[in-house]
Design a protein around this ligand. Structure first.
Ligand code: GCU
Length: 598
C-alpha cells in the first residue's frame, strides 16, 4: 500500500519502517576511545518492556507524543514508569524465566541527569555490548542503530542532552541468516543490554583515539604512536600533542595536522611477556585543546618466521584453551571476578594463552590479560555458513572486525586477530575472509592474522585456500570424537607440509561430569581423558604445531545439544559449567603444558 493513499497509517502499514533507523548507523567510524576518561555509569535498573512486535519503533513511541495537535490526550500503548525493572548490564534470558529463549525486541528506558562541567564540552554515550541490533533514542531524537552483538559503539549527544534526559534503547536479538553470526551457532543466543553503558565528556576539540606499540622491526627499541583528534566538523585540528611514558623517561612531541599525528621514538622498554607482563603508564596531552588521556601499555613484538611463532624474537608455544563468554548464572555478562577466575584455571593448566571464541569478549578481558600475562586470540563471529555473497553481511562483519581492532589494538595480550571459524572453502568465502584479513592488517600491521580452518577430509591434509591470506593457520579437528577414527590425525599431520605455523584451535570430546565408564563409552570422563591422551601424544610430536587450544575450558549453554548427558549444554569442557568441578582430562592437558615449560 502506498503511503500516498488517504488511509495510510505508518505505524501499521509501513513494512519498511526500519529503513529510517538503519539509515543512521552507529559504527566504528563513530567509536571514541574512552579509556583514561572519567566515565559516568548508566548501569542499573532500567524500565523494560518486552516488545514482541517491535512497536516502539513502528509506532514511534520514542517521540513520547501524548497529545494531539489540539492538545487532547492520546491513548498510549507505552508506559515507561509502569514497566518492570531490568538490570543493565544483564542478559534478559537469565533475568526472567519466561525470557530464557526470547529472541525478539526489548525496550529499555531510563532517565538521567546531566550538568555540563566545562564551557562547550561534548558528551557521548558508549555501549560496550548490545545483542544484536540496538536503536538508540535520546529525548525523542534518533541517535542511530548499531549491529553486532559483541563490539562497542558510541553516540555523540552534544546539543541533544539536557538537564533531564530520557534514553530509550530498542534491542533486538533475532538470529538471522544474513547476520554475523548467522542463525545457526553452537552457542546460546543471549540478548539485551548485557555490557556497560556509560556517558563521558570531552572538551570541544579532543583526543579521539590512539595506537601505541612497538614497531615490529626486531630491534625492540622503536615505539610508534598514532593519535587522532576530533574538533568541530569542518574545522581542521592542528597542534602539538605530548606523548609521555614516565617509566621510560619518554616525553615527546607529536605534531598533529588535520586531526592526525604520528611519531616514532627510540626507547628500550622492558618487554611484555607471560613471564613478565610489564605495563607502562602512558599519557597523551593536548594543551592546545586542554585534553588528556591515559592508558597502560605493554610493549612486545609478536611475529611469524617459517613455522615458528616468535614472541619478542624467541619461538613460543601457545599453551591455551578455548573459552566462551558464558557463565551459568550471568550468561554473556561478565565481570572482573569471572575473568580472573578463568585466567586462574588457565594457570592451573600451566597455560599462557586463551582463544576467546567465537566473538569479541568484554574489553576488560584483554586489560586483565595484559596484567596477568596471558596471550589472546581475538575473533569475529564469521562462523560456519555466513551469507558470504551478501554485501550487507560483509559490511556488518567488517564493521565488527574494525570495532574489535580499534577497541583492543593497544592491548599487548592480544596477539592474533581471527577472521572466522570453520567455513566451507568456497570462492565467496575466500574473497570475504581475505578482505577481512586485509582489513585487520590495514588497521593494525603489528599482529598476525588467522582463522580456524577445516581439514580437507578427502585428502586427509591441512588444505584451505584461505591459508594464503593468513599468517598463522588455525585448524579445528575432532578425531576420536566426531570422527571416531583417531588414526587419521597422525596421517593428516604427516601428509601436510605447511609453510606457516599451525595452531590446533579446537579438539576434544564431550563428557558429563561424574559420568564414568570405559574409554570408548561416549560422554564418560574416561573416554574424554583417553581422547586427550591420544591428542597430546600426536600433537607433541608434530614439528609445525606451535600452539593448541582444546575445545573448551567450561561446559556451556547450547540449545542444540539435547541428549541425556548434554541437557542443553555442550559438555566438552575440562570443567563442568559450575566452573569448579574438573574432569579427568584436565590433568592430561595440565601435564602436557607443564612438560612444554615456558
Ligand atoms: C565446532 C565449533 C564450536 C563447537 C564445537 C563442538 O568446531 O567451532 O563452536 O562448539 O565444534 O562441536 O563442540
Amino acid at each position: 500500500m502506498s503511503d500516498k493513499s488517504g488511509n495510510f497509517q505508518s505505524d501499521i502499514h509501513d513494512s519498511n519502517y526500519e529503513t529510517v533507523f538503519l539509515a543512521k548507523k552507529l559504527d566504528h567510524t563513530g567509536l571514541v576511545n574512552a579509556d583514561g576518561r572519567t566515565q559516568e555509569s548508566l548501569n542499573g535498573q532500567w524500565n523494560f518492556g518486552v516488545d514482541w512486535y517491535d512497536t516502539c519503533r513502528r509506532a514511534k513511541w520514542f517521540t513520547e507524543t501524548t497529545h494531539d495537535a489540539a492538545g487532547r490526550p492520546l491513548p498510549l500503548d507505552w508506559d515507561w514508569e509502569a514497566w518492570e525493572r531490568m538490570t543493565v548490564p544483564a542478559c534478559w534470558n537469565l533475568e526472567r524465566e519466561d525470557l530464557h529463549y526470547f529472541e525478539g525486541s526489548g525496550v529499555y528506558t531510563r532517565k538521567f541527569r546531566y550538568v555540563p562541567e566545562i564551557e562547550g564540552e561534548r558528551a557521548f554515550l558508549r555501549f560496550e555490548g548490545a545483542a544484536y541490533r540496538a536503536t538508540v533514542f535520546l529525548n525523542g531524537q534518533l541517535l542511530g542503530t548499531h549491529d553486532g552483538a559483541s563490539t562497542p559503539f558510541c553516540a555523540e549527544i552534544t546539543g541533544i542532552v539536557k538537564a533531564d534526559n530520557r534514553i530509550i534503547v530498542a534491542v533486538e536479538a533475532k538470529r538471522r541468516a544474513d547476520r554475523v553470526p548467522m542463525d545457526n551457532t553452537d552457542w546460546f543466543n543471549y540478548g539485551g543490554l548485557y555490557r556497560d553503558v556509560i556517558l563521558f565528556r570531552t572538551p570541544p576539540v579532543y583526543i579521539r583515539d590512539w595506537f601505541v606499540r612497538l614497531v615490529p622491526d626486531g630491534t625492540f627499541s622503536n615505539i610508534a604512536v598514532d593519535v587522532t583528534l576530533a574538533g568541530v566538523s569542518g574545522v581542521a585540528v592542528s597542534g602539538e600533542v605530548r606523548f609521555r611514558i614516565p617509566g621510560l623517561g619518554v616525553d615527546a612531541a607529536v605534531p598533529v595536522v588535520n586531526g592526525k599525528g604520528t611519531t616514532v621514538i627510540r626507547a628500550k622498554p622492558e618487554l611484555w611477556s607471560p613471564a613478565a607482563p610489564r605495563l607502562y603508564d602512558m599519557e597523551l596531552s593536548a594543551p592546545f585543546c586542554s585534553d588528556t588521556v591515559t592508558d597502560r601499555i605493554g610493549f612486545r613484538e609478536i611475529s611469524v618466521k617459517g613455522t615458528d611463532i616468535l614472541l619478542n624474537g624467541k619461538p613460543v608455544f601457545l599453551k591455551g584453551i578455548c573459552v566462551h563468554e558464558d557463565h551459568f548464572e550471568k550468561g554473556k555478562t561478565t565481570d572482573e571476578k569471572i575473568i580472573r577466575s578463568t585466567i586462574a584455571h588457565l594457570k592451573e593448566l600451566h597455560g599462557n594463552y586463551l582463544r576467546l571464541a567465537h566473538y569479541p569478549h568484554d574489553a576488560r578481558f584483554a586489560k586483565i590479560a595484559d596484567e596477568e600475562g596471558v596471550m589472546l586470540w581475538a575473533e569475529v563471529p564469521v562462523y560456519w555458513a555466513i551469507a558470504f555473497e551478501n554485501p550487507a553481511t560483509y559490511a556488518d562483519a567488517e564493521n565488527q572486525l574494525s570495532e574489535l581492532v580499534l577497541r583492543d589494538r593497544n592491548r599487548a595480550s592480544v596477539i592474533i586477530w581471527s577472521v572466522g571459524n570453520e567455513n566451507a572453502d568456497t570462492d565467496a568465502r575466500l574473497s570475504f575472509m581475505s578482505r577481512l584479513a586485509e582489513r585487520a592488517r590495514a588497521l593494525d600491521g603489528t599482529r598476525p592474522v588467522s582463522a580456524a580452518c577445516l581439514i580437507n577430509h578427502e585428502k586427509l591434509a591441512i588444505e584451505d585456500r584461505l591459508v594464503d591470506s593468513l599468517d598463522i593457520i588455525g585448524v579445528n579437528e575432532y578425531y576420536g570424537w566426531y570422527d571416531p577414527d583417531f588414526g587419521k590425525l597422525p596421517r593428516i599431520l604427516e601428509n601436510s607440509n605447511p609453510a606457516k605455523p599451525v595452531v590446533l584451535c579446537e579438539f576434544g570430546g564431550g563428557a558429563r561430569i561424574g559420568q564414568r565408564g570405559s574409554t570408548d563409552e561416549l560422554f564418560t570422563e574416561d573416554m574424554q581423558r583417553r581422547i586427550y591422551e591420544k591428542q597430546v601424544a600426536v600433537i607433541g610430536a608434530c614439528r609445525y604445531i606451535k600452539g593448541t587450544t582444546p575445545w573448551i575450558l567450561y561446559d556451556f549453554r547450547c540449545p542444540r545439544r539435547l541428549n541425556r548427558f548434554q541437557e542443553h549444554f555442550n559438555r566438552k569442557g575440562l570443567l563442568d559449567a559450575d566452573r569448579v568441578t574438573k574432569k579427568l582430562a584436565f590433568k592430561v592437558m595440565a601435564d602436557f603444558y607443564e612438560g612444554i615449560g615456558d
